[in-house]
Design a protein around this ligand. Sequence first.
Ligand SMILES: NC(=O)c1ccc[n+]([C@@H]2O[C@H](COP(=O)([O-])OP(=O)(O)OC[C@H]3O[C@@H](n4cnc5c(N)ncnc54)[C@H](OP(=O)(O)O)[C@@H]3O)[C@@H](O)[C@H]2O)c1
Length: 409
Amino acid sequence: MTRLDPVTDSRSLDERKQLLRISLVFVFSAPFVQNGALYFCLKEGDPLTEHDLMREAINEAKKGLGYVDPNPLVGAVIVKNGCIISRGYHQRYGEFHAERNAILNSPEDVSGAEIYVTLEPCCHSGKTPPCTDIIIQSGIKKVYMGSDDPNPLVAGKGAEILRKNGIEVVTGVLKDECDRLNPVFFHYILNKTPYVVLKYAMTADGKTAAYTGRSKWISNESSRLDVQKLRLWCTGIMTGVETVIKDDPKLTCRLENGRDPVRIICDSNLRIPEDSYIVKTAKSIRTIIACTEKADKKRADMLSSYGAEIVFTPEKDGRTDLVFLMKKLGEMKINSILLEGGSELSFSALKNGIVNRVISYISPKLLGGREAFTPLGGKGFDDPENCPKLSRPYITLIENDIKAEWEVL
Ligand SMILES: NC(=O)c1ccc[n+]([C@@H]2O[C@H](COP(=O)([O-])OP(=O)(O)OC[C@H]3O[C@@H](n4cnc5c(N)ncnc54)[C@H](OP(=O)(O)O)[C@@H]3O)[C@@H](O)[C@H]2O)c1
């Protein structure tokens, strides 16, 4: 198993070994610098495979993290006569795609070359012209692609156009790892609702705070930095009003040059304090407060005057309707949400089937206590047979914390 995570820079042992293998080859294979980038040639008999080259393209793709949203992360490398001659990635939303950048970056003619690209090349004009056009015009003879593009405007048509123009196309190279670059893009384009990541930090005995309510700190500093990267990755961050009342959180991205996610507070009756950091900064950091249709309209107006956007939902079990809210947020172009609990909202989100991925930071501490918080509150599910199930576990060590991730089935 190779750890390739679009969310963070953390790498598995396998991936590190893989990179080491590439760099060993690299040391013995005449590296050279061109246009400020490092290139290397493959000697005859070098063990670099299609997978190695696609991994290089994946690493290119990751450089766009935090800048390409709502577009997918995409990377490409061009190989000619056994050399990687050029690299490219989608750098910023609205700008050129990876394939075009790799072709334009190339210090030499790419005709007869092969290109490795993590996502099926697009064949429609959006903010930039179709990538299939430039690939055909460039004389590239073979395209290796990772993910299929589920965008109905592309979906198989990109590969078909290339083949019709005499270009050999190999599909599904490291597909799983390429797919992992863009779960948000794949989900949103098909469902038009945000991809929701439920995140929590807990002790090894499953507590998110001590019985005293103290929760600083459950996870280590590096794990908390990792969470900041999640905040960069997601368009929105969501929590319940009790967390705002108890902790007065900022819910901002503290990475240097990181953009803040849109803050979404679930607050059925608009109990959020006016002097909370969230309300006081709502003019400068986009803030959405979701309440039920029964909430006081004057209070809604008052919160709007502070800069918050109020979204009214029908009432469900006396609270905001999360399924309705997801549709609404999708319409507002929020394609991904980091759900940073509390336990009440987290349980409700799972119960309502809006969670796509769970990320748990597990620290080597034991808090105990019947009254201490656990990640999921609410009533709980009544039977292990009837509760949400998780799949595709992914485990990484962050110093002495364990980061465990799953997809929700
Ligand atoms: N360890 C971690 O990763 C982590 C992360 C975040 C928070 N926390 C801790 O969690 C504690 C607060 O957790 P909590 O469980 O008491 O509160 P919470 O989940 O933050 O907020 C719950 C409140 O959200 C409102 N809400 C609105 N719509 C809802 C819906 N559809 N379903 C459920 N709730 C909805 C409800 O109040 P209304 O009925 O008034 O709307 C509910 O009481 C804090 O002390 C904080 O430190 C820990």
